[in-house]
Design a protein around this ligand. Structure first.
Ligand code: AMP
Length: 436
């Protein structure tokens, strides 16, 4: 089905073709028509599915007719013209910037100009207040900063009272990050009569409750993964001793000649230390986490996208929303806390239908946790061992119970034991497939 059959104006059809989109993704096919008709939408959509354009395109189309003014508008009409008509709430600054960019590139050639403002915390509020002075049609915002701006009376005479369309993007993440109170405050400021669009990658109970409270007879969109949208992500699990992970990472990067790798770690501190170690070992690496200034974070992302940096060591801050085209490899150096985070992390690769590899390092200590993630995701990954990095710590906790020489009670660690039959099999497998 071509974009032109979705009911979009020619100018928007042209805009998508300039961006190189040949056909709508399934979430776009399902959502665009419904949104154009004015329905509320509840969409289960992962990043990478094309969900951003699924709401940007119909929003822009709606604004084209709404903004056409009489040839001699009155002052009040002029004033209304500057008011915010669509509000897009997102969980992180990175996603805010990304949605803003997508909206602006889709809007660039429209007959009626549409202004998109993007606001988020962690940077000075003043430039954002200045940016809002002339008004904006679309506001992309993180909830905390939006409330700050409202408290500063920065949204103009009409505030949020003229919002026709509300979008919650990555609603599950908004709740995960503890934005429930901020959301409640913002929702109370919106007109009751409006269209609401709700996008979430997962639907735990709290998210469902929020959707129920927000939406009126929504069109439900739940796209079964099809080859077109289901990125081809090869998931691998490599067993390794925890202290050997940096060396293994370096080995994999160099041996496989990976040019762009996103590595996830558990803490900001780890991101710094590991990036530093890698740099000293000759791998061009940068840390990426919430303690860096917004300017530094943008710089790292820009360098990564432009291939000036080969490897980024990030906390889960980078797990959602960040869209790096052609990111072939994601490595879980530390495992994610939950299976939902696992999906978000590995979803950084395999974007827009491209293939990618997601590797998880599994240590004796983290094996049980990884099994839980696998169970939740209905996965059963074969453990690999890389020659030269064979774990000396046994992974099976069941062995530890029988062992008399366990070095770390309770962790299942058995150091220096004679190789078991299983160990020998592993070593043999590693010989056969040294780089798998
Ligand atoms: P999203 O799920 O919105 O984060 O989009 C993921 C990526 O898919 C972005 O890089 C978009 O530019 C790209 N994209 C969105 N729609 C299409 C489409 N119809 N065809 C090809 N790529 C698309």
């Amino acid at each position: 089905m071509p974009f032109s059959s979705l009911g979009l104006d020619d100018a928007l059809v042209r805009a998508v073709s300039i961006l190189g989109y040949v056909a709508p993704t399934p979430v776009q096919t399902a959502a665009i028509g419904a949104i154009l008709k004015g329905a509320d939408v509840l969409a289960l959509a992962q990043t990478g599915s094309g969900k951003t354009a699924a709401f940007c395109l119909p929003l822009l189309q709606g604004l084209q007719s709404l903004k056409r003014l009489p040839s001699t508008p009155t002052g009040a009409q002029q004033d209304l013209r500057k008011s915010i008509k669509a509000l897009i709430l997102v969980p992180t600054r990175e996603l805010a910037a990304q949605v803003g960019d997508a909206m602006r590139s889709l809007a660039q050639d429209l007959p009626v100009a549409v202004k998109t403002a993007v606001v988020f915390g962690g940077v000075s509020i003043n430039p954002q207040m200045m940016g809002l002075r002339g008004g904006a049609d679309i506001l992309v915002a993180t909830p905390g900063r939006l409330l700050d701006l409202i408290d500063h009376n920065a949204l103009g005479a009409h505030g949020l009272s003229q919002v026709n369309t509300l979008v919650l993007d990555e609603a599950d993440r908004l709740l995960d990050l503890g934005f429930a109170d901020e959301l409640a405050r913002i929702l109370a400021l919106l007109p009751a009569k409006r269209q609401s669009l709700f996008f979430s990658a997962t639907f735990p109970q709290a998210v469902q409750a929020l959707a129920d409270a927000l939406l009126r007879q929504p069109v439900r969109i739940e796209i079964a993964a099809t080859p077109a949208t289901q990125p081809v992500i090869l998931q691998r699990a490599i067993e390794v001793d925890a202290p050997k992970r940096t060396q293994l990472l370096r080995h994999l990067v160099q041996h496989n000649e990976w040019t762009r790798v996103l590595v996830f770690v558990a803490t900001k501190h780890a991101a710094e230390i590991i990036a530093d170690k890698l740099r000293k070992a000759g791998v061009d690496a940068e840390p990426f986490h919430g303690l860096l200034s917004q300017g530094k974070r943008s710089q790292v992302l820009a360098d990564f996208k432009a291939s000036r940096v080969r490897l980024v060591v990030a906390t889960d801050l980078a797990a959602r929303g960040i869209d790096i085209a052609e990111l072939p490899v994601v490595v879980n150096y530390d495992l994610p806390r939950s299976s939902v985070d696992y999906i978000h992390r590995i979803g950084r690769t395999g974007r827009a239908g491209q293939s990618g590899i997601a590797i998880s390092f599994v240590t004796a200590e983290s094996d049980a946790h990884f099994r839980l993630i696998e169970k939740r995701q209905a996965l059963d990954l074969q453990r690999e061992i890389i020659a030269g990095f064979e774990p000396v710590k046994a992974i099976m906790p069941a062995f530890a119970a029988d062992a008399t020489d366990a070095t770390a009670p309770g962790t299942g660690g058995i150091k220096g034991k004679r190789p078991s039959k299983k160990d020998k099999l592993r070593a043999a497998a590693a010989q056969l497939h040294p780089s798998r």
